[in-house]
Design a protein around this ligand. Structure first.
Ligand code: SF4
Length: 283
């Protein structure tokens, strides 16, 4: 009731309502908006001007395609056979009609989507209907929530397309925040191969922007891992250094600051697996 009291007046006083759209219909020039609360209808019908921002991938050829897509969106997104409000908008208020805006504008957004369309390997990411099922299924996003990475599009599909829409170099880290378990791919109603797209993004990031420091660290890691004696020595040194690291954690003296400024460094086990194994084998 508080939301209704506060928000309703704002809807009535606003000069312009800005919405997105779930689908746009090429055959009729309409847009389709799906919601469960009714606030999109208030946004689109009370102000004098309605502006709809629609990504070009939302265009469906025919009105009859909605017979498939509306129930698919509702079922995958919220487990419902159909959502409460499904509205088709076809233009401004006509003479004799009581509701609706005086002006109606549809802005088709490209924002690098045509570049993604030209990418034969990853263009199927544009099939997404934004149902959110992959976000709900993902063990990472289930725990951290959808807004953690500051992206417009959240969840596994957000991690796949954000580097395409906003630049691979700045957003490549999103594709690393995944165990590649494939739960997202399994749940996607339009069968986007999400976890393989995350792998493609990782590969493309390494190819286009090789990081010499990262490469050097990986090579060192591989070198140590192949030499058991060196690995044991590195473990012992790390255990000696760890108390010192705790003292400087989060300060500018901390060499691991990019990691530790937002999270604690996991403590090493007091004794290694090898030590435990040796003790176990002792009579
Ligand atoms: S990628 Fe698939 S599961 Fe994820 S939001 Fe898009 S359609 Fe839904």
């Amino acid at each position: 009731m508080t939301a209704r009291r506060v928000m309703r007046r704002k809807y009535c006083e606003a000069d312009m309502g800005v919405s997105g759209a779930n689908f746009a219909i090429a055959e009729t020039g309409m847009i389709s908006i799906t919601e469960n609360e009714g606030n999109a209808r208030l946004t689109t019908s009370l102000p004098k001007v309605h502006v709809a921002l629609v990504g070009i991938e939302k265009v469906l050829p025919k009105l009859s395609d909605l017979a498939l897509f509306l129930p698919m969106l509702a079922t995958a997104g919220a487990g419902q056979p159909i959502t409460c409000y499904n509205t088709l908008y076809g233009g401004p208020r006509q003479p004799g009609e009581p509701d609706g805006p005086e002006e109606f504008h549809v802005v088709l957004l490209d924002n690098r989507r045509t570049e993604l369309l030209a990418d034969a390997e990853q263009r199927d990411a544009l099939h997404c209907i934004r149902c959110g099922a992959c976000l709900n299924a993902c063990p990472v996003f289930k725990n951290i929530g959808g807004h953690s990475y500051g992206t417009t599009y959240q969840g596994p599909i957000g991690s796949v397309i954000t580097p395409h829409l906003r630049g691979l170099q700045d957003w490549k880290h999103l594709s690393q925040a995944s165990s590649l378990c494939g739960a997202c791919t399994e749940t996607c109603p339009v069968k986007i191969d999400l976890h393989h797209h995350l792998l493609h993004n990782r590969r493309n990031a390494v190819r286009r922007h090789p990081a010499p420091l990262e490469k050097c660290l990986q090579a060192t890691f591989a070198f140590v891992m192949r030499r058991p004696g060196l690995y044991a020595l590195a473990g012992q040194l790390a255990r000696i250094a760890q108390p010192l690291q705790h003292l400087v954690q989060g300060t500018i003296l901390d060499p691991l600051r990019p990691w530790t400024k937002t999270r604690s460094f996991p403590p090493l086990a007091p004794r290694s697996f090898r030590q435990l194994w040796r003790e176990r084998k002792r009579p």
